[in-house]
Design a protein around this ligand. Structure first.
Ligand SMILES: [Zn+2]
Length: 163
């Protein structure tokens, strides 16, 4: 299951990559390019644009249209439709910036690449082999967990409404 997201879904793209999904994204792609790539690479087109969604379905491209306003709502919709797991598993996480799978890196190797306090407080680090960005589950992680908890709550509601 691979995705391509329209130019309005940059934030959601980063979320999906953290959750381990392969998402192509560029805000320079126009509608035609999005449809062509989706079809050629068999990616599911994620969009907030109803017109684009309709074009996609007319052309036989698998597409998903969002109505939700925030990430927790959108993630819940995706979880319901595609069974996406709302948990971060760093062994499958992708770099939110470039979509490459991140790899664990020994703490010693990044000593001169992160702030001293970060190096002192955290022991587990990951690096993107392509763009070399370093990741750790720092203070921002609380917010990530919160959003995922909210998404899970939303998912429960979505499932309940269905019955
Ligand atoms: Zn990267």
């Amino acid at each position: 299951m691979k995705f391509i997201a329209d130019g309005m879904l940059g934030k959601l793209t980063r979320w999906l990559r953290i959750l381990g999904h392969n998402v192509k994204y560029s805000n320079r792609l126009d509608d035609n390019q999005l449809l062509t790539i989706a079809k050629k690479e068999r990616r599911i087109l994620l969009t907030r644009d109803l017109e684009l969604y309709q074009q996609a379905t007319a052309k036989g491209v698998n597409a998903f249209y969002f109505e939700g306003t925030d990430e927790a709502e959108r993630l819940a919709q995706l979880a319901k439709r595609f069974g996406i797991k709302l948990e971060v598993d760093m062994t499958i996480s992708r770099c939110p910036k470039c979509n490459t799978r991140v790899k664990p890196i020994e703490k010693e190797k990044i000593a001169d690449k992160v702030e001293k306090s970060t190096f002192t407080y955290y022991n587990e680090f990951w690096q993107c082999p392509k763009c070399e960005q370093i990741y750790w589950q720092g203070a921002h992680w609380t917010r990530i967990r919160k959003t995922l908890e909210q998404a899970k709550e939303n998912l429960k509601k979505l499932k309940k409404n269905e019955k």
